[in-house]
Each structure stands twice: as C-alpha cells, then as structure tokens.
Design a protein around this ligand. Sequence first.
Ligand SMILES: [Zn+2]
Ligand SMILES: [Zn+2]
Length: 260
Amino acid sequence: MRAASPASAWPERRNCNQKEVTKTAWRGAKNQHCGRMTNEAQNKTAPAGALIIPVSPFQQNCTLLWCEATKRAVVIDPGGDVPNILAAIERAKVTVDQIWITHGHIDHVGGAAELRDALKVPIEGPHLADKYLLDNVVASGANFGMVGVRNFAPDRWLSEGEQVKVGELAFDIYHCPGHSPGSVVFFNKDMRFAIVGDVLFNGSVGRTDLPGGDHATLIRSINEKLLPLGDDIGFICGHGPGSNFGHERRTNPFLDGELS
Ligand SMILES: [Zn+2]
Ligand SMILES: [Zn+2]
C-alpha cells in the first residue's frame, strides 16, 4: 500500500493482461528504472532479468527476477493472482528457487502461501518485526475482499547485513522500518540495483498511517540507509514505475521536508 501521493506521481496501471504486462514492464524498466540491468539485458549481457506482474486489487509490482547465467529465479512479493505469476514464470523459462518478501502487507503477501505450495520453494523475509502482519493475512485480506489468502510464517526471517542469493547474484539486506516495522530492501551492489518494496516510490514514500507505521522512522531509513548507497542505484518499488535514488534525492517532495 502506497502513500497518498502528489498528483503527478504515477499513472495507475489498469490494463494487465499478460501481454500488456510484459510490454509495459520492460518498456518502463528500459526507459527510466533499473536502467543498467535492463539496458544490458537488451544486449544479452545482463547478469539479471526481471518481469513485473501487477497483482492484487492494489496492482502491486510482484517481480520475477532471475540470474541470466543460470536461469534460476525468485518471485518477490507475490501479493495474489498466483495463476498469473505461474504463467509469467513459464513464459520467462526460468526455475524459481525462492520467494522473497519485502514486508507483510496483504498486497505483498496475499499469494505467498499458495505460491510456496505450488512451487515447493522456501519463503525468505521479511524481518521478524512484521510477524504480526503475517499472522493476520486472512483478517487483512477480508477487509479488501481477498479470499483464499492464508496466514503463514516464512522459512527464514531476514536481518540487516544478511544476504540472499539467486543463481550467481547476491543481494544485501537492509532493514528499513517506517512503512512497516519489518520492511527490508534487497540491494545488489554489482548491478547497482535495489528492490525497495513500499519504503520509497517514484515521487513518494510509503504510507505510515497503518498500525506499526512511523513517518520519521521511514524518512530516517531512506536518508540513512538507502540514499547513501549512491545516486546511480536504480530501483523497482511496490507500486507504479521505479526510479533511481539520485532522482528521488533531488526531486521527491517527501525527502526534503516539503511534505510529510
Ligand atoms: Zn504495497
Ligand atoms: Zn505496504
């Protein structure tokens, strides 16, 4: 779930049949987001590939990310619409080894238990501080008419400084509370690329009015942990198009105190 954002922040994606999703995701990525990763992918030399599958009533950016060398993959934040995720995996011709979770909100985890059963792979993340959310997926889903969702525990909680791996790629874990207490960011140093969940958006930041949210903590997470990684870091976020840290540092109205 994202913050109420400035009017110009991003267009909603509404048309999400499989073909449209593929085209939109890659075009968006190539134009301005995770630039290095996808630009190189066009030349067949990228270490990674990615496909965004909008899921749940919130059109959350479930991301299929894979290592090009090994074609091993992860699904990040399967918020629902599991058949669409399975179809994307098949189309990408990759083998999923794990499910990674950025945080425990329903739009990011609604399909996690079902996908784990379907793929028989472990779930890694989020941070233990989001356990109360994973214990209440069913109740949370009922509020939004999401049926068939299940409470679950991950196979591994993630903490600051740990790493997760897919194929030959390693991602460092940054614990970034504020949007939710247990939000984590996945960062690949070599590709200069991050998956930030709902911590930071293109032109906005995560909402902090839900239980466990705290705006000052969120801004501190962004300013002290993410932005110091470098202006060139491209990112995919939980909703809308991605961006890079430099663009957000210069223009995001939530990061210079203009909006809170
Ligand atoms: Zn969300
Ligand atoms: Zn969220």
